[in-house]
Design a protein around this ligand. Structure first.
Ligand code: SAM
Length: 410
């Protein structure tokens, strides 16, 4: 018998999850045709759209990024207040009933080497984490990104000013997900200031620093200096075993330091023998852009802020760049597309690295009070069209767009 699992329960869970199995009550116009040579924009409710897309895109998506309503209770252009305390249970239950079927469906779109990212703040973080643990498997959890979205102090809390939010990340199958990489910064590259026939390198002490916990006896031994004297290990252990030092002699440097003591280094080369530049593993703390960059981007494209708090496209672009190789054609999906920052991220990443990743963006068509844009969907399309025009002016050839409309069967 399977051991009982820890899972999150709420009034309405059963009905919400049963909904996933119900056939869609909507139609797609025109009939959906997956086309990796185009970007896809879908206007309509995402649950209905996801149901209609499953047969063609099941296990075909490499990256899903979503930025769902956070349940702040604030009046935004879209509904961000779930539940009415009195009648239909609490606001968390109502939010969970919205998000749960969509997450369950989302997991079906991911390829085996796929990755799911979800932005969230601390209001619904614990519930989203539990749901994702259940649907994706806790073993597929990847360290969460903490995004510093604000640097100004702001107002609104007398105890701790909230300046961060989070990006949960889950692999479809942690064993199939390739390591994330990103380029070294200019500052990091500048550290490779030595040079030999294999190219630039930096010197790293062979003596391991840090904790003494569980020292390994095979890493504690004396080395021999060029003058024949013995060099005892100056810390609790070396980083390489005696055999590795022997096998990689060319990468060992033994030099006298300022005090006249022998010091042992390894050479860390900037490029691999095949010429590939070293990358680095991204870190969980992200502070490269803030919400104001997202707003500025929108002003630049539209001349005004047509939607509050859009994500800066650089943030989404970095996530996609970590997870997909340069020049790739891996499909990306965002089914809470909002103003289309994920669309901009994919378009600009493709333009920068020669990739042709197609995106699938889904955004509801609920009316908004704006003269030019009748819905957030139209803002999304407007952004994508503007970015495509800008890139074409720069001589790039982004993939063309195809639009669909998902609407209830009359
Ligand atoms: C937090 S916003 C996304 C913002 C977006 N990342 C951006 O940078 O502009 C969430 C979006 O999801 C949309 N949305 C909410 N429920 C939806 C549904 N059932 N189907 C489709 N879109 C939905 C809202 O209209 C809103 O634009």
């Amino acid at each position: 018998m399977e051991p009982p699992r820890t899972r999150i329960d709420w009034p309405g869970r059963h009905a919400a999850l049963l909904d996933v199995e119900r056939a869609s009550q909507s139609t797609c116009d025109p009939i959906f045709q997956p086309d990796p040579a185009r970007h896809t924009l879908i206007r309509g409710d995402n649950l209905e759209a996801l149901k209609l897309l499953v047969p063609s895109l099941e296990r075909k998506i490499r990256v899903i990024y979503i930025d769902p309503p956070y349940n702040t209770g604030n009046g935004l252009l879209y509904n961000d207040r779930f539940g009415s305390r009195g009648r239909d249970g609490d606001r968390h239950a109502s939010w969970l009933s919205m998000i749960a079927p969509r997450l369950l469906l989302a997991s079906r779109f991911l390829r085996d080497d796929g990755i799911f990212f979800a932005s969230i703040d601390d209001r619904e973080l614990p519930r989203l984490r539990m749901l994702c643990d259940e649907f994706f498997g806790e073993e597929n959890f990847i360290p969460m990104v903490v995004w510093r979205k604000k640097v100004v102090r702001g107002r609104g809390n007398r105890h701790i000013l909230p300046q961060t939010e989070y990006i949960l990340a889950y692999a479809r199958n942690i064993n199939a997900l390739a390591p994330f990489r990103e380029n070294l910064t200019h500052k990091m590259k500048a550290e490779y200031l030595h040079h030999d026939e294999r190219g630039p390198y930096k010197k790293i002490p062979l003596a391991k620093s840090g904790t003494r916990q569980s020292p390994r006896p095979n890493l504690y031994y004396p080395l021999t200096a060029p003058d024949g004297s013995e060099i005892p290990c100056p810390t609790h252990q070396w980083r390489w075993s005696r055999e590795t030092v022997e096998n990689r002699k060319d990468e060992i440097l033994i030099e006298k330091n300022r005090k006249g003591r022998w010091t042992v280094y390894t050479k860390q080369y900037l490029r691999s023998p095949t010429g590939e530049e070293r990358g680095r593993t991204p870190e969980s703390y992200y502070d490269r852009v803030t919400t104001s960059d997202g707003t500025a981007e929108m002003k630049e494209l539209f001349g005004e802020v047509v939607l509050d708090f859009p994500k800066p496209s650089r943030l989404v672009r970095d996530l996609i760049a970590w997870a997909t190789p340069p020049g790739s054609c891996d499909p990306v999906m965002d089914f809470f597309a909002g103003s289309g920052s994920t669309g901009q991220a994919v378009l600009e990443l493709n333009a920068a690295d020669g990739g042709s990743r197609p995106f699938y963006l889904i955004q509801s068509d609920d009316p908004i009070p704006h003269q030019e844009f009748r819905s957030i969907y139209e803002i999304c399309r407007g952004r994508v069209e503007r970015v495509i025009k800008k890139l074409e002016k720069e001589g790039k050839s982004p993939l063309p767009i195809r639009e669909y409309r998902v609407s209830p069967i009359p």
